[in-house]
Design a protein around this ligand. Structure first.
Ligand code: GDP
Length: 201
């Protein structure tokens, strides 16, 4: 778990770069295909509020920003929940909008310290996930691929699928997580705080 007990405060939903919050504290972005388990993971990381806000109709196409406040109510981190991309009908228009404000966000956002890229551990590596990883790599962004829903797999299948993800996307590491069991959540917090240069105590 995190070094501090954070409370989560919804900041805003942005549909254009002009609406992004003022860059103040380190920011962590969460990316993945629709249904990958992003809301569930955010829920496991910071509580229900973030997940609920991000799934509110009208906000699913936006970048939803959340401040994480320490016990003194000081903002320490921002989580940016990016729109799900992928295969659902609605995502077609999201993909069309991708270059307009997501691309510049990922390319230019100053305080962005880490992109957490979610991939589903239960299915074969998906080309659009690969595209995102390649894009981030070329943009020189720090990213971490997180394999979701690992509780659904037996030990052997998990090992096999994680290896396939690593190989296909040419990664040194993949972090397996389960929002359901909490596996990997602590490790993800350690990575988030390390990237943000927040001292774990
Ligand atoms: P999102 O569209 O990426 O926000 O995905 P959701 O968080 O809404 O999850 C999509 C579906 O996957 C839901 O039916 C969840 O219950 C399920 N799911 C998400 N995370 C897990 C997990 O860690 N384990 C299991 N077994 N199911 C999960």
């Amino acid at each position: 778990m995190p070094s501090t007990r954070y409370t989560t405060q919804f900041l805003l939903s942005a549909l254009a770069a002009e609406q992004f919050p003022a860059p103040t504290v380190p920011e962590i972005a969460f990316l993945g295909r629709s249904n990958v388990g992003k809301s569930s993971l955010l829920n496991a990381l910071v509580g229900e509020k973030a997940a609920k806000v991000s799934q509110t109709p009208g906000r699913t196409r936006a970048i939803n920003f959340f401040a994480l406040l320490d016990p003194r109510q000081q903002s320490k981190l921002i989580f940016a929940d990016l729109p799900g991309y992928g295969y659902a009908k609605i995502s077609k228009s999201i993909s069309a909008e991708w270059p307009k404000f997501i691309d510049p966000y990922l390319a230019e956002r100053g305080p962005l310290k880490l992109c957490v890229c979610l991939v589903d551990s239960n299915i074969p590596p998906q080309p659009n996930d690969g595209k995102l990883v390649d894009w981030l790599r070329h943009a020189g962004r720090e990213f971490l691929v997180v394999a979701t829903k690992t509780d659904r797999l037996s030990g052997n299948a998990r090992t096999r699928n994680l290896l396939a993800i690593k190989k296909t996307f040419e990664l040194d590491e993949v972090l397996p997580v389960s929002a359901k069991t909490g596996a990997g959540i602590k490790e993800l917090w350690i990575r988030i705080e390390a990237s943000s240069a927040i001292e774990a105590v």
